[in-house]
Design a protein around this ligand. Sequence first.
Ligand SMILES: *Cc1c(COP(=O)(O)O)cnc(C)c1O
Length: 406
Amino acid sequence: MSELAVKAEKLDAADELAVLRERFVLDTVSDHATDAAGVYLDGNSLGALPVSVPGRVDDVVRRQWGELRIRSWEESGWWTAPERIGDRIAPLVGAAPGQIVVGDSTSVNVFKALVAAVRMAGAGRDEIVVDATTFPTDGYIAESAARMTGCTLRPVLPGEVPGVLSGRTAAVLLNHVDYRTGRLHDLPGLTAAVHEAGAVVVWDLCHSAGALPVGLDEHGVDLAVGCTYKYLNGGPGSPAYLYVRADLQDRFDSPLPGWNSHADPFGMRTAYEPGAGAVRGRVGTPDILSMLALEAALEVWDDVSVDAVRAKSLALTDFFLECVGEYVPEGRVASLTPVAHEERGSQVALRCEDAGDVMKALIERGVVGDFRHPDVLRFGFTPLYVGFADVERAARVLGEVVGKPA
Ligand SMILES: *Cc1c(COP(=O)(O)O)cnc(C)c1O
């Protein structure tokens, strides 16, 4: 056994979170060449299936829908699920209850949050600042939101945001972690800078929630959105969430004021009157099947500390970089992920000239990461179900794949 494989064994033996692996359905992909169990490093795209989900979905479909039918809106708690599940996500992002509502996609929530942010900022402010390196959907929506609200869109790198803020800035849309490079941005510092300028900040937590502490309440974040199918393991297309800080809820003027957000939804009134609290972020009838699958998936977090998850995540990415340094021939890959812990999310992105072919070969060998156009290999480390032996094996297989002459 190599020195690194021995080290991996020791790290796994000392890992208090290792038992959580049993809460997931794993090892269904294997290495065709050796038949060894697979390594799943794509939980930052689609989290693995928690064992608690299939039975719950079966019950929701057969009993709640099949037998109780319409009664389930009350008796099975369907109607209140968006706020109830929001409260379940809240501790994972450092929010007190009553501020998060689950529903719609991240894209739709970015729209709601950003337009509401501009409306909150008030007259005379006509600029939206957006992260120039953002996941594309946030950028597209920001462009449309700017057009609709009569604002100018200003794309800048997150580090340059403080320098462009002014009395004209209405809202700033930022990603907590860069989906491509895995860079973690300074949420407390940037939030303070936006507030200093009198503007409203919207954070996208897609690549941080469930991987590291966010501290929404602690840092005074105004609005935030995130998806639930990455580190929160809600399943393909599971609904996203919207956070509106408690003291801003009365001023949250939704651009999509559907009947579910009405103060009296079953009053069927002609005039719109927004409900109080997180409910204001709702739009139409929630996607109950996905929503309740997510609720079951969140049970894996019941006794888990986000700080412990963060510590393991950093240990996993540190160890991966160490193993890559050892196993991958010099010059074949270059890490795009910051070395400093305070600037690193829970993934490692490696630039590699033939990344597309390399990722195909890795998946063939049971090591599943993903490829981002044009030359990035992305490996996500989900501390709930990835161990150190997985990390060592992934780096070793990567070394074998890229070491082969083309
Ligand atoms: C994954 C991700 C999304 C996904 O948006 P959907 O509407 O759920 O498809 C949006 N923004 C960021 C930053 C993401 O990482």
